[in-house]
Write a protein that binds this ligand. Sequence first.
Ligand code: AMP
Length: 563
Amino acid sequence: MELAAFAERARAIEAESADTDVVESVTDLLRVSSQDLPVVARYVQGRVFPAHDSTKLDIGPALCYEAIAKAAGRNVTADDVEERVADVGDVGEVAASCDFGGQRGLAAFGGGGGAGAEAGEGGTGGLTVAEVDAELRALAATDGSGSRDTKRDILFGLFNRTGDDEARYLARLVLSEMRIGVGDGAVRDAIADAFDVPVDAVERALQVTNDHGEVAVVARDEGLGGLESLGLDVGRPVGAMLAQAGTVTDALDDWERVAVETKFDGARVQVHYDGEETTLFSRNMEDVTDPLPEVVEFVEDTLDAPAILDGEVVAVADDGSPLPFQEVLRRFRRKHDVAKAREDVTVEFRAFDCLHAAGDDMLDEPLTRRHDRLADALGDAGARALSELTVSGDSDEIAAIEADALDADHEGIMLKNPESAYTPGRRGKQWLKRKPDVETLDLVVTGAEWGEGRRAELLGTFEISAATDDGFAALGKVATGITDEELEALTALLEPHVLAEDGADVEIDPTVVFEVGYEEIQASPTYGAGYALRFPRFLGVRDDIDPGDADSLERVERLADRQ
Ligand code: AMP
């Protein structure tokens, strides 16, 4: 396909306003792309390389303006181009308005198009999409001293063979500013329409390959069966599954049981181990292997079969406790002095998912099976990297896990559907990062319950109440977030204020105020106040305030209204 033909279609697509028309036009374009289909499927959404490929053109605006200026002729400087781009706001518009093609003698100099590199009169030099692809790949491969000039010359050679619209889209493509309204979803739908395959199968194939070009070709040449046979490749990254903010009550409402895990405060890393070599990818699928040698060493010492693992790289202190996220950043994308940086900040891998193990793709397996497989893959040697996963239907137990995670200086907890599959690149509802509490309440302790078993001597569950005009109204009971030591202290503090006992239930004179966290205030007939706190947690004793200064029922009502 000639670049001119591609550019004409791109212009038509850009002029469409309805999404369905965009998809229809992209569908037509894919159908006529024949052997250029993989390239066209990427270019139309402004990608030079597949999403999984971290190769970069590394062309900044300055270099592009120089190439444009050079192709535009003697009277145009890079500064002129820059000024016009600043005025017009679109490098494509500026490139399209230049009169390229005058640099005949030089045309063959950069553009490796050989004989076809002859520039046409103010118009096209017969440039094809395949030639552009070959040139841009050559450009990306240049490095070392002089590479900047080589890049500019290759780009110049290309611009010098373009007419208006070709120049417009070439300039936008190389600066990653295509912006013709074609996103991933439009290309997905167009592939499905163009080659008559189900859109779900295309979506799935895109998730595992992250290559619109490859998926388009497989859809066209092999149909549904071909798409279904596409699997993960060790060494080729997939999009990280992402989380939404959510609450324990959301999780317990949606799923009977919740898989609870520490939320590590680090940087996401996908580990690919092919049996010999390890590659590490960031959340954006960049290769971050070189900056993290100890993770590579850990993986190679630990795994004995190919695997793709998902997890977080955290910075740790000498005693193994987590350090803030900023410390990880000092290591993460570091290109120079890695050995020195390694001396300053130690990082470790924490694994929470397994996408592939020893030849088996695990994406469709439920989370708990994937986690079991992860534990197997890491074995005893790697056990310290394994996230602890607890499946629970009990909000008190979940609160206790959260309290432990926070005590250990972690960021919080993740709540996951234990049955859920791994959906690459999607921010679905199957993984929730627990939202921090909204506003805490200071509530008076009006009752308690004696514990059971080894805690029979301790008060355990505390009734908490808000102040009303004529006393206190109960809002619920809090039993979680309290350590054994705190229980002892609270029992000593409250016992002198016990008014009456009935079995395990104790009535307490309102004298002590708790600071209480919660996720939500719900209207509820269960307690005297007419409201109940969901997921209430003990945060501490407010010994600096009197019961009369505790939060009023009126404030609780206002907070409930605001939710
Ligand atoms: P956020 O970055 O605040 O959107 O939170 C989601 C991120 O938390 C994920 O993308 C991971 O990088 C990170 N994370 C930490 N621990 C876990 C875990 N156990 N499971 C999943 N993601 C985790």
